[in-house]
Write a protein that binds this ligand. Structure first.
Ligand code: COA
Ligand code: AMP
Length: 630
């Protein structure tokens, strides 16, 4: 048996022994009573009875063991021409004093704190400060509009919002304060405290009595100590797209999360304490939570917070500069970032300016990695390129090539094999295991390993309905695909209305809700069509109310703006077309899957249940007019 097989087998046969050994690597105030509580509902829970503090393990522990002078965070911001290095000792000072600020303003154990911030070190400091006092953070991505922020405020009911005066996108300053004010205005739950980091690019404009300035507050603040929390107490809530406009609040436990994060750094990414690890993502996404903040710091690595893009800040050599300048061992990003670089520098000319011998491997996730992108990256970098598959719900890779255990053969298009703890299976609609090579619903047999969500915030029923009810004893991933003869997984598509745009998970259902709210729209469908750069792009098909006779261009423009205003620029909704009718089944279900196949020029079969086949001709023409269905 290879070492991967041995370790995988052990994790499935003896999860208690396997994860207890991993947990022993961390500091616990009180050891767990049971490694896994199989009776817990709705799903088994990890390290029940144990007491831990995630911030202590990510920061204090390293200072106490003599790593205080090592750089914890490198802030590299080509967009503002700034660079800062923060040592573990400095991080401890900042985090423990900001924890004091949070306490002073009323946040304590179990209270929620929303963090709406750009990619600046203060975002990570705020997250760790919450963890320090047992408050539950919920980071909201800066590319979301006020309305999305308001939805999260109403669901999480925070006592404090931590924000900044602005984020910076190429060519524009994104002022956060008006968005924040609007969100607080719109939300039913009233937030009485905001703490804002003022950046020179925009003024915060503080509201007296409600808003406080980060610097003024932190300077005189008294440091506070770590508070022990139960292993099963939530560390954070991270909202992610589901099938409706109401996002799902994924909960992450303190104990299981810390154990899994720490374990992955060596076993999957093959990095050690002291190594420089770079996840080029954003703290607003799960990749940012796990691999910009928690996992590298739990391991005692140096992490990079990069405020820039793969291209245009200033050129397609930006990633190579960062790798070389900071001696990065592992880079983790989304395939779309590499497609962006490849588009601007197909020959890889910019690579010639940098020595990348420090780099061991590139990891990609967030969307399916098309083999072309993988080949290009491998050819240009001359390094292993590892596609790995995971979700906000799990917090770490379900399938990967475990470089720290045993590098395995790479099959382009496959994220390799199930990671320890994940019993991944492929089932038919009826729940039968699919033979090798045949597509089905990808599920994970319970129990899932540490870090996977125990529920959705305040909504056990939605958790059960969305993930557990289709097949008893299994978690439904929402992805479809197959396992090949060698046990490699192939993740081919989503089975719900979630699409993936530039590695960002978005809900077409949420966009449809926004479009339907426009006074001229009778009904609509948003589908994700293939895009060479972003993987997928949303496209709207619109049916107008009877009697509406306005120019299409005008209506589409209003709708594009409406999605931008209500969901945010990150939705990247730019294409829509008016049609007379939408194709439906006889029972009235819109045939979105068929439209996607037509748009992408794939083979498709006329659905047996279609109400009126002639509608598809009109849809094909509409899609062709937008450059699809060729
Ligand atoms: N705050 C405000 N607006 C934001 C934002 C933020 N944090 N992030 C993105 N946006 C805006 C962009 O400016 C863009 O606005 P525009 O329509 O006015 O141009 C819009 O949201 C869409 O953003 P995006 O889809 O990211 O497109 P892009 O053209 O700006 O960049 C890539 C494309 C591929 C370069 C970029 O998406 C990227 O680097 N992605 C890979 C890394 C990544 O973040 N992965 C996520 C999980 S691993
Ligand atoms: P998110 O929760 O934003 O991380 O998105 C998770 C979803 O992105 C998964 O359910 C998949 O649909 C998709 N995804 C992420 N990584 C991969 C991958 N390596 N291959 C295929 N799909 C992926």
């Amino acid at each position: 048996m290879s070492s991967y097989q041995q370790i995988y087998q052990q994790s499935i046969e003896d999860p208690d022994g396997f994860w207890a050994a991993a947990a022993d690597q961390l500091h616990w105030y009180k050891k767990w009573d049971r490694v896994i509580d199989m009776q817990a509902k709705p799903v088994p829970r990890w390290f029940e009875g144990g007491e831990i503090n995630t911030c202590y393990n990510a920061v204090d522990r390293h200072v106490e063991s003599g790593l205080g002078d090592q750089t914890a965070i490198i802030y590299d911001s080509p967009i503002t021409n700034q660079q800062t290095k923060i040592s573990y000792a400095e991080l401890l000072d900042q985090v423990s004093r900001f924890a004091g600020v949070l306490q002073k303003h009323g946040a304590g154990k179990g209270d929620r704190v929303i963090i709406y911030m750009p990619m600046i070190p203060e975002a990570a400091i705020a997250m760790l400060a919450c963890a320090r006092i047992g408050a539950i953070h919920s980071v909201v991505f800066g590319g979301f509009a006020a309305n999305e922020l308001a939805t999260r405020i109403d669901d999480a009911k925070p006592v404090i919002i931590v924000s900044a005066s602005c984020g910076i996108e190429p060519g524009r300053v994104v002022k956060y304060k008006p968005l924040l004010d609007e969100a607080i205005d719109v939300a039913t739950h009233k937030v009485s405290r905001c703490i804002l980091k003022a950046r020179p690019q925009a003024e915060a404009g503080l509201i007296d009595g409600r808003d406080f300035d980060w610097d003024t507050e932190i300077d005189p603040a008294e440091p506070v100590d770590c508070v022990p929390v139960a292993s099963t107490d939530p560390l954070y809530i991270l909202y992610t797209s589901g099938t409706t406009g109401q996002p799902k609040g994924v909960i992450r436990d303190n104990g299981g999360h810390a154990v899994a994060m720490h374990w992955t750094m060596k076993n999957i990414y093959n990095v050690d304490t002291g190594d420089v690890y770079w996840a080029a993502s954003d703290v607003g996404w799960v990749v940012g939570h796990s691999y910009i903040v928690y996992a590298p710091l739990l391991k005692g690595c140096t992490t990079i917070m990069y405020e820039g893009k793969p291209v245009g800040t200033p050129d397609p050599g930006a990633f190579w500069r960062v790798i070389n300048e900071h001696q990065v061992r592992v880079l983790f990003t989304a395939p779309t970032a590499f497609r962006a670089i490849k588009k601007e520098d197909p020959e890889g000319h910019y690579l010639k300016n940098y020595d990348l011998s420090c780099m061991d491997a590139l990891f990609l996730a967030g969307e399916r990695c098309d083999p072309d992108t993988l080949f290009w990256a491998r050819d240009k970098l001359q390094k292993p390129v590892v596609d790995h598959w995971w979700q906000t719900e799990t917090g770490w890779a379900i399938a990967s090539n475990p470089l720290g255990i045993e590098p395995m053969e790479i099959k382009p298009g496959s994220p390799t094999v199930s990671m320890p703890g994940y019993d991944v299976q492929v089932l038919s609609e009826e729940g039968e295991p699919m033979p090798a090579g045949e597509m089905g619903n990808i599920v994970i047999k319970l129990p899932m390993p540490p870090s996977c969500l125990p529920s959705l915030w305040g909504n056990d029923q939605r958790f059960i309905d969305s993930y557990l009810s289709k097949y008893e004893g299994y978690y439904l991933t929402g992805d479809a695909g197959y396992k090949d003869e060698d046990g490699y997984l192939w993740i081919m598509s989503r089975t719900d209305d979630v699409i993936n745009v530039a590695g960002h998970r978005l809900s077409t259902g949420a966009m449809e809700e926004v479009l339907s709210g426009h006074e001229d729209i009778a009904e609509c469908a948003v589908i994700g069509v293939a895009d060479a750069l972003k993987g997928q792009m949303p496209l709207g098909l619109l049916v107008l109310k009877a009697g509406i006779d306005r120019p299409e261009e005008e209506i589409v423009k209003e709708l594009v703006q409406r999605v931008r205003d209500q969901i945010g620029p990150v939705a990247a909704f730019k294409m829509a077309k008016i049609v007379k009718r939408l194709p439906k089944t006889r029972s009235g279900k819109i045939l979105r899957g068929t439209m996607v196949s037509i748009a992408d020029g794939k083979e498709w079969k006329m659905p047996a249940t279609i109400d009126d086949p002639a509608i598809l001709n009109e849809i094909t023409e509409a899609l062709q007019s937008l450059g699809y269905a060729k």
